[in-house]
Design a protein around this ligand. Structure first.
Ligand code: ATP
Length: 405
């Protein structure tokens, strides 16, 4: 599938290929309802992007797939640990410290977008940091299958074996696709043994425990679970917030905590969607020339199929929004100052509290620093009267309502 992607207005916001890839994943998911992996991002010269993701050279004539480059951004340093991935992190880190020794094979399994590939590649990146000449091959199981089939077709099995067995580490992503491919499973079994017998590191990922993957031969399953099969599950709320904070920092974005909390509360599926949601909120806010507020975030994520748990509008939230809008402090709104730049926002906040919440006049008064209900009534009448003639007031109120819906 080829997706034409309207870079124009949005290019400023995407500074790295990984972000673009993430965004494309999101778009593919929205359009097709399926998780697909974009292969290459081709950028033209006017887009302002350097085409760093152009296809790497093929191994001419060998029938072997082009090398899949490791993503240098997948490191242990930027992987956030939580209860859901602690074991996987510790085992992967252990494998990177002493490849081929303790955690061999290392099998990480769990649902989509939870960090399996990240950890797998972090091992390889760490190994390369220590020894830039380490021979490491990263493939998906589909690539392994294709390479094997091509080697049969071309009679180049010797070359295939050289390619896959003379390694310091072999990383195979998504081994569930070996299911039902008996000949490939036998070839992989032999590859596995050759590497393992020589204490070379093997790292595998799967979408579920291999014992539950149908149509995998028993001897292969027994090899897969030989070392330490570790599961990654969906991160809890705190870990999701920490991941968002780290992502925002990486991208030099200043995002208020309430916004991160809102995104984390809505997107509880996987980390890929979590990151996509953050980017979506950022782009949405920028395109609308609005600051990132919980309301804007909720609007940006509307209709994306995430949980609708937008916090109910409260008087406190209205006061905060109005204060931010008029560039004053919330304490000014609650206080007694009588200067015009404070009195008008205070009256507006009271007016909106009456309009947008179910609170009574006495309750609103008490939440505005213990004021009497007649003060609230006076404020509401004043705003209603001014709305008949004051265009700016109409515009301000319109914008405030939009922010809070
Ligand atoms: N704990 C984490 N800390 C920081 N980033 C994370 C974490 N978990 C996942 N990510 C990020 O989420 C995105 C998806 O992760 P990754 O591709 O590793 O998932 P996966 O489990 O391999 O998914 P799939 O099964 O779809 O291949 C990546 O950008 C990765 O960096």
């Amino acid at each position: 599938m080829v997706i034409e992607f309207p870079f124009e207005n949005q290019i400023d916001f995407w500074q790295s290929n990984s972000q673009i890839t993430e965004q494309i994943r999101q778009i593919c998911f929205t359009q097709t309802g399926q998780h697909v992996e974009p292969i290459y991002v081709l950028a033209n010269s006017t887009s302002g992007l350097t085409p760093t993701m152009t296809p790497p050279p093929t191994l001419a004539g060998s029938g072997m797939s082009p090398e899949t480059p490791l993503n240098p951004e997948y490191t242990f340093a930027n992987f956030i640990q939580g209860r859901s991935n602690q074991m996987a992190y510790a085992s992967a880190f252990g494998a990177s410290e002493q490849p081929g020794v303790l955690y061999n094979p290392l099998l990480i399994y769990g649902g989509v977008g939870l960090g399996k590939t990240h950890l797998m590649q972090a091992i390889a990146n760490k190994m390369l940091e220590r020894n830039p000449n380490a021979r490491i091959k990263y493939v998906t199981s589909e690539t392994f299958v294709n390479d094997y089939v091509n080697s049969i077709r071309r009679g180049s099995q010797e070359q295939f074996r050289n390619e896959y067995r003379n390694l310091d580490a072999l990383l195979v992503d998504d081994i569930q696709f070996f299911a039902s491919k008996d000949e490939t499973q036998l070839e992989f079994f032999n590859t596995f043994n050759a590497l393992h017998d020589n204490n070379k590191q093997i790292v595998l990922t799967a979408d579920q425990n291999p014992k539950q993957i149908p149509n995998l031969t028993e001897r292969l399953v027994s090899r897969f679970v030989w070392g330490v099969p570790v599961e990654i599950t969906s991160p809890g709320t705190e870990t999701r917030i920490a991941i968002l904070q780290s992502k925002a920092e990486e991208e030099h974005m200043e995002v208020p905590n309430e916004v991160l909390e809102l995104i984390a509360s809505k997107v509880n599926t996987n980390v890929r969607e979590l990151e996509g949601a953050l980017m979506r909120v950022r782009v949405f806010a920028d395109l609308n020339h609005q600051p990132m507020t919980p309301q804007i975030a909720a609007e940006a994520l509307q209709g994306m199929g995430f949980a609708d748990n937008t916090p109910a509008l409260t008087i406190d939230l209205i006061q905060k929004e109005v204060a931010q809008f008029f560039n004053i402090n919330q304490s000014d709104i609650l206080g007694k100052k009588r200067s015009k730049n404070i009195v008008v926002p205070r009256q507006i906040a009271m007016f909106l509290s009456r309009e947008l919440t179910d609170n009574s006049l006495p309750k609103i008064g008490s939440e505005f620093g213990g004021k009497d209900h007649t003060t609230v009534m006076h404020a509401i009448e004043k705003i209603e009267a001014n709305l008949k003639t004051d265009e700016k007031l109409n515009r301000d109120l319109q914008q405030l309502r939009q922010r809070m819906q």
